[in-house]
Write a protein that binds this ligand. Structure first.
Ligand SMILES: *Cc1c(COP(=O)(O)O)cnc(C)c1O
Length: 397
C-alpha cells in the first residue's frame, strides 16, 4: 500500500484509511451555485454564511474565515499583541502548526508537558512554570531564565479532547496573559458545558482534509470581541484601509478563504452533529472490541469533558502487547490498514531544539506508544471490525 496516501484522496478498495473526509451533503449544490453565479473568489455569500453559521453553532459573536488553521493561528497571535521576542506557552505534544505560528510572529515557544491521563497540556506544570520560573516586572511577566516577556498561553485541544481550561483562565487573568485556544482538532468537543473554542480570548479552527469538517483547506478565527474580530479581518485582507484606493495601514496578509471553499464549509457544517455522533460511535465500538486486549490503553474522556474522539489514538505497551507501536503500524499496513504515530515532541525537532522545554517527560512517553487508528466518519462497521480483529490477532496470546 502506498505510503503517500493522504486524507482527501479516494481510498483504494480493500484499504482502510486513517481519517478521510465525507462529502455526502449539499456540497455539490452549493459549490455549483458559486460556479454558476461566478462568485468564486474571496467575497461572496458563502463566506459570510459560513462565518455566521459557525459563530451560531459555537455560540460566539464573531468568526473570520481564513485560508487554513495555521494562518488563523498566526493572525490570532498578532491581534492579541504577540511581539517579536515575546514568549508563548505551548504543549510539546501537538501538530507543529501552532508552534510555527509563534515563530512567524518572531516570538518564542516555551514547551510544556502533557498530562498522563488526558494527554492534554499539563496545566499544573504551566502553573509551576509561571509561578516558579517567572517574575513580575512593570506589570509584565518575565521568564527568569531567558529574560523575555511571557505574553500568551496557547493550549491545544488535541485529538478531539479538551484541555483543562479553568486553571488556565485563572492563570491568564492573574498574570495578564492572552489565552488562545487551538481548537483545530476538537471542534464540537465540550469543556464542562462550554463548547471548545468559546473559552479563550480567541480560538482557531481548521478545515483541512482530515479535520472533523473539511473544506479541503480552510480555517476560522472565532471570538466574542468585536475589536479583535475586526482587526483579524483587516490583517487577513492585506490591511486594506480604503475600499477603492490602495491604502494599507500596516503589513497585512492575504489569508481570506474563498467563496467556493466556504460553500463546502456551509454544507459540511450542516452535517456536524452526524459527524460527531459517528466519531463517538466509532470510539465506543473500539472500546468494546479492544478493551480486553493486553497492552493497549484506550483514550479516555475526562469526567468534565465531552470528547469528539476526532482522531482515535491508543497506546501500545510493547512488553504486554508483544510489539511496539511502530511494529504494529507496519503489521497493520501490511494488512491494508493505515495508522499513524503521534507527533514527534516539538521541542526535539531541529528548528526548536534550542527553545526552552519545561520538565517535558510525558510527551516523550506518549510519543513512543501512541498510534492513531482508522476513524473516518464514514468508516464502515465491517472495516472497523477488520481493524479490531487484526489488532487482537497481532497481540500477545
Ligand atoms: C490541523 C491543525 C492545525 C491547522 O492546520 P491547517 O492545515 O493549517 O488548517 C493547527 N493546529 C493543530 C494542532 C492541528 O492539528
Amino acid at each position: 500500500m502506498s505510503m503517500s496516501y493522504e486524507a482527501g484522496a479516494p481510498a483504494p478498495t480493500g484499504f482502510v484509511p486513517l481519517c478521510i473526509p465525507r462529502v455526502r451533503g449539499n456540497e455539490w449544490i452549493y459549490v455549483k451555485e458559486c460556479l454558476d453565479t461566478n462568485w468564486i473568489s474571496s467575497v461572496g455569500t458563502y463566506v459570510t454564511r459560513f462565518e455566521e453559521e459557525m459563530a451560531a453553532y459555537l455560540g460566539v459573536k464573531r468568526a473570520v474565515a481564513v485560508v487554513n488553521g495555521t494562518a488563523g493561528l498566526h493572525t490570532a497571535l498578532l491581534i492579541l499583541g504577540v511581539q517579536p521576542d515575546d514568549e508563548v506557552i505551548v504543549p510539546s505534544l501537538t501538530f507543529v502548526a501552532p508552534v510555527n505560528a509563534i515563530r512567524y510572529c518572531g516570538a518564542w515557544p516555551v514547551f510544556m508537558d502533557v498530562q498522563r491521563d488526558t494527554w492534554q497540556m499539563d496545566v499544573g506544570k504551566v502553573a509551576d512554570f509561571l509561578e516558579g520560573e517567572c517574575k513580575h516586572h512593570n506589570s509584565e511577566l518575565i521568564n527568569r531564565s531567558t529574560g523575555r516577556r511571557v505574553r500568551a498561553l496557547l493550549p491545544v485541544h488535541i485529538l478531539g479532547h479538551p484541555v483543562d481550561m479553568d486553571p488556565l483562565i485563572e492563570l491568564a487573568q492573574k498574570h495578564n496573559l492572552a489565552l488562545i485556544e487551538d481548537a483545530t482538532e476538537s471542534l464540537g468537543a465540550k469543556y464542562r458545558d462550554l463548547m471548545v473554542g468559546t473559552i479563550g480570548d480567541v480560538a482557531v479552527l481548521s478545515f483541512n482534509g482530515n479535520k472533523l469538517i473539511s473544506t479541503g483547506g480552510g480555517g476560522m478565527i472565532v471570538t466574542d470581541d468585536d475589536r479583535l474580530a475586526d482587526y483579524a479581518r483587516y490583517l487577513t485582507t492585506q490591511a486594506k484601509d480604503d475600499p477603492l484606493e490602495y491604502f494599507h495601514g500596516e503589513i497585512g496578509y492575504n489569508y481570506r478563504l474563498t467563496n467556493v471553499l466556504a460553500a463546502l464549509g456551509v454544507a459540511q457544517l450542516e452535517q456536524i452533529e452526524d459527524y460527531i455522533a459517528a466519531k463517538r460511535r466509532i470510539a465506543a465500538r473500539y472500546c468494546e472490541g479492544l478493551a480486553g486486549v493486553q497492552g493497549l490503553t484506550l483514550p479516555l474522556q475526562a469526567d468534565w469533558a465531552l470528547s469528539t474522539f476526532w482522531l482515535y489514538t491508543l497506546l501500545v505497551n510493547e512488553k504486554k502487547y508483544g510489539m511496539d507501536s511502530r511494529a504494529l503500524l507496519r503489521a497493520l499496513r501490511d494488512r491494508g490498514i493505515q495508522t499513524r504515530p503521534l507527533w514527534h515532541p516539538i521541542h526535539r525537532l531541529k528548528p526548536y531544539r534550542d527553545c526552552q522545554a519545561y520538565k517535558v517527560e510525558v510527551a516523550d512517553w506518549l510519543y513512543e506508544r501512541g498510534l492513531a487508528i482508522p476513524c473516518s466518519v464514514g468508516l464502515p462497521a465491517l472495516d472497523q471490525d477488520r481493524v479490531i480483529e487484526a489488532m487482537i490477532e497481532l497481540g500477545r496470546k
